[in-house]
Design a protein around this ligand. Structure first.
Ligand code: ATP
Length: 367
């Protein structure tokens, strides 16, 4: 059993607050990704869980036990860094054995676990190679295997795939899922790559400027972003975010996009949310894949826009639209026949639009 509970966790480096009042509960055997841009405090959070950094304030509990006075080597935590920390003068086998020997594990058990890990990480034919002869991809497999083989209750991975090439990253994502399934560990995974976080994690903690922005399942953070930061950070191409003014009132809400035109709101759910708006200035959001392209004369709520650019990128086509000061990207499956210069309606998708307060950036009326 290894749940992790962080309460009011704060880390200051002089004037800089790297992690600010973080409250996060990670369940036993859960796979949680700490996701955010460079410098948002992910690694510092990870280091505090590992015991490498001491918090300036707040607490960390493992299964209800306060870890504040427990040194790193007594926490039963495995750690894998971006830059594989392995012994280059040793063979792969010796690297895998190392942590088990240090812990005084019996010889036959060491052999069993190393063999099992070699099978899992597909390192069988490399076991007696010196690590100096391995490729970057193989080195990181050894680094992950070396830490995982000790079967820590908590496994911390800090950007372990970011030095690897794209094809191997995709392969390793699957391997990491297998690893977690096999060893049933609580995993905390630091990444700035939203695809990696979405594909691996049970829950994602999105961070920015040392603050937790949202904590939820991949589905929740993608489909119900709690603020503009999360809406913008998740998804590629990212969500279209159009500043506009809310007009009308109960029964007949509308949106004024300035020199790009106006539109009625006919979506009941969106109208319900409009009631919670504190000010008329809002930001209207639509995911590129949710927008419907209609002939411009069709009377659906939306904006008439001109096609300015078309990107046919294999499995889908990204269509760039513009009207007045606003630009929108629309993503369609496969090849989508459309001409640059055509005028179309970017129709607002029912049940799939987002509204945010323009000043605070917080989602309006989200339940
Ligand atoms: P990255 O992906 O670039 O590693 P991160 O989200 O993991 O970013 P952290 O490494 O946790 O971010 O850093 C958060 C902030 O704290 C940054 O501004 C960083 O410069 C600062 N910082 C981290 N460690 C120290 C330290 N030991 N001394 C001073 N400042 C630090």
């Amino acid at each position: 059993m290894a749940s992790i509970e962080m309460t009011g966790l704060t880390k200051n480096f002089g004037e800089l607050t790297a992690v600010n009042d973080l409250n996060l509960k990670i369940r036993d055997k859960e796979f949680v990704a700490l996701l955010g841009p460079s410098g948002c405090g992910k690694t510092t959070t990870m280091n505090m869980i590992a015991g490498i950094e001491m918090p300036s304030a707040g607490s960390i509990l493992f299964d209800g036990r306060d870890m504040r006075t427990t040194p790193a080597n007594k926490r039963d935590v495995g750690f894998v860094f971006q830059n594989y920390a392995i012994f280059t003068h040793m063979t792969v086998r010796k690297n895998l054995e190392f942590g088990l020997r240090v812990r005084g594990v019996e010889k036959s058990e060491i052999q069993r676990r190393v063999q099992n890990m070699a099978d899992l990480m597909r390192l069988n034919d490399r076991l007696d190679w010196r690590t100096a002869k391995l490729s970057v991809n193989e080195l990181q497999k050894v680094a992950i295997g070396r830490s995982a083989v000790t079967e820590p209750e908590i496994f911390l991975l800090d950007e372990p795939l970011s030095n690897l090439d794209a094809a191997f990253r995709a392969f390793m994502r699957t391997e990491l899922k297998h690893l977690q399934h096999e060893f049933q560990q609580t995993m905390v995974y630091v990444t700035h790559d939203q695809i990696e976080a979405m594909s691996l994690a049970d829950r994602i903690a999105v961070m920015d400027l040392g603050l937790l922005q949202q904590y939820g399942t991949p589905n929740e953070v993608y489909n119900k972003p709690r603020n503009i930061f999360v809406a913008n950070f998740m998804g590629s191409p990212s969500m279209n975010l159009l500043p506009c003014r809310l007009t009308g009132g109960d029964g007949a809400w509308g949106l004024d996009f300035g020199n790009a035109g106006t539109s009625a709101i006919e979506d009941g759910e969106l109208a319900r949310r409009c009631k919670s708006a504190a000010a008329a200035e809002i930001v209207f959001g639509m995911r590129p894949e949710d927008i419907d392209i209609q002939p411009s004369e069709v009377g659906h709520p939306g904006l008439n826009m001109e096609v300015t650019f078309v990107e046919p990128i294999g499995p889908r086509t990204v269509i760039h639209l513009a009207a007045g000061d606003h630009q929108v990207k629309v993503a369609k499956d496969k090849q989508y026949p459309i001409e640059i210069g055509a005028t179309v309606k970017a129709a607002f998708p029912k049940g799939r639009c987002h509204i945010f307060d323009a000043e605070s950036g917080v989602a309006i009326g989200l339940e």
